[in-house]
Design a protein around this ligand. Structure first.
Ligand code: HEC
Length: 116
């Protein structure tokens, strides 16, 4: 369980500069050439897996295993459903927020992540 991923918006632990630098350059690599994941808007009949594949997989990889190995791994997270839903609503240090997901969809996604 990498320390990096136990940090949520509520965390009091500051991200160290090197982690921030590494994370930022990964983010830049991910986001270049695409619209930005916070634009993601689910359509009517999307399942949690569809939303995951559309909005999350780019960073967190297939099944939450992390796109870049351990760095963005979320499978097995120790965060609670409420913490995850809050992260999706407000965004993280680097993770974008998902304002177009409803509260219910954020809880569904939290449950989906917890089950990975
Ligand atoms: C642009 C890359 C990116 C996208 C897209 C993204 N995340 Fe994240 N996610 C991160 C980063 C970076 C973190 C580390 C925490 C932070 O940024 O504050 C994180 C952290 C998390 C965590 C916390 C893990 C823990 O152990 O505390 C969860 C859960 C999570 N993301 C779920 C999602 C879900 C669900 C989606 C899709 C709706 C998503 N992420 C989309 C980059 C992303």
């Amino acid at each position: 369980m990498p320390v990096f991923f136990s940090m949520t918006t509520q965390s009091s632990k500051p991200m160290n500069t090197m982690t921030r630098l590494i994370a930022t350059s990964f983010l830049t690599a991910i986001l270049s050439g695409c619209g930005g994941p916070d634009d993601f808007t689910p359509t009517e009949n999307m399942t949690a897996a569809d939303i995951y594949n559309g909005a999350c997989q780019a960073c967190h990889g297939a099944n939450g295993g992390g796109k870049f190995g351990f760095l963005f791994q979320i499978a097995g997270t120790e965060s609670s459903m409420e913490e995850i839903a809050g992260l999706l609503k407000d965004g993280g240090h680097i993770m974008p927020s998902f304002p177009n997901l409803s509260d219910e969809e954020r809880m569904i996604m939290a449950a989906y992540i917890k089950a990975l």
